[in-house]
Design a protein around this ligand. Sequence first.
Ligand code: HEC
Ligand code: HEC
Length: 435
Amino acid sequence: MGSSRMSKSLNQIVLPVAGGTALALSVALVVANLDYGQNKISSLEQRVEQATLQAEAAGRKASEEAAVVADLQAKIADLQAFAKETAARGTDLTEKAPKKDTGYGLGREALIAEIAAWDVDVLPDGRGLPAGRGDVFTGEEVFADKCASCHGDFAEGVDNWPVLAGGFDTLADKDPVKTVGSYWPYLSTVWDYVHRSMPFGEAQTLTADETYAIVAYILYSNDLVDDDFELSHENFSSFDMYNKDGFVVDDRPDREYARWSTEPCMENCKPSVEITMRATFLNVTPEEGDETLMNHAAVEDAPTFVANTATTDSGGDKEVPDTAPLAADPALVAAGEKVFKKCKACHAVGDGAKNKSGPQLNGLMGRMMGSVDGFKYSKAFKAAMEEGRVWNEVELTAFLAKPKAYMKGTKMSFAGIRKDQDLTAVIEFLRTTSE
Ligand code: HEC
Ligand code: HEC
């Protein structure tokens, strides 16, 4: 019987194929067993064949993706090896910058190699150019090899890729053709741009000599030089571009130039500089335990902060919490006060707030966890205090969303705040409570 032959061959295929295909085939199997007519069976056979092909294609795709992953892993390994090597050479990338009398002791001096890697700009007068040279012929070869696929053999542009040549005297037209030849005022821009960002997708792979040669070839494509032209760091700054006079400084007094052309103030430009918020509250400081090469700031090293509410002449006798908010959003605070009703059975805030079944919550932001005098905390909170953990927006958000999950063993019997907007609001409200 046809159907039994079918079911056998189907069984053999169903096993290795996974997921939805297997499901479809199992259905097919059942259908086949119902002894359908021969034409049904052959259409089923076709579907089986299709499914097999699909499975093969999926397999190929998976192995391609595996290759990409392996590639990335190799790159990561390279980077890690580089970091190790750098560390072994005695350059400690995590070493703290020396404390200075001025400044905040953050970061470290950049390495010479790091600065060199960034410092690639070339200025119109030729400053920043590396030594080197290249002629039109060499440039034509390199260009054909690395640029022509997008910009065309003659820099005329393929499809919609930018055209680099021609367009002279079209700048005043309705559709100006702005090219290196017709529009760019400085040769340094060409050199810098090509060296910095081309070939598209493989930026900064060109050597200095290749770049000189390519730039020479682009000039040649624009009929600005002859075919025996050679460009080098020596003759670079003497080359004048076609549109060099096409740009003028807009020095009308009501434009920005007037403002920017005066001597800038470099010293004591402001009577006093105050830091108004800690980075931790802006959520830009990596949390503890993150793998990072940045300096780990320790609490005891932290500079003292002055809140913006403090007046500079307060003489320091008035205690101002260093975490005072920049400006509280009154609507949000009001919403938060409502949410706080859920907490009121156990927590008090405000002037003279006492501990209830939960500790008073005044000045909570920046307060050490588990630190209210006379309150009997659970072991979990005592441990948090010993570790020196401090309440901030991140911690509080996590805690109030799911107290028991965040702090195992806490005796706060509160399920947590579900809605994000309620969380934000109550935290904003708690910010406004001071000692
Ligand atoms: C894969 C395609 C591709 C390749 C290859 C490529 N470019 Fe480009 N090129 C672009 C694209 C896209 C832009 C526009 C980029 C933009 O505007 O941000 C561009 C812009 C330029 C520009 C500025 C054009 C203008 O008027 O704004 C120059 C000059 C240039 N490329 C030169 C080169 C040179 C030289 C090479 C070979 C070393 C090269 N490109 C290789 C795609 C490519
Ligand atoms: C049923 C009583 C109860 C409710 C309701 C409650 N808490 Fe608590 N809360 C406690 C107790 C008890 C502790 C001490 C936890 C411990 O020691 O493990 C605590 C601890 C805290 C702490 C840690 C204080 C510190 O000093 O480190 C914060 C913050 C806090 N609660 C905020 C809230 C907020 C905000 C709400 C309302 C959204 C709330 N709690 C609702 C009982 C409660």
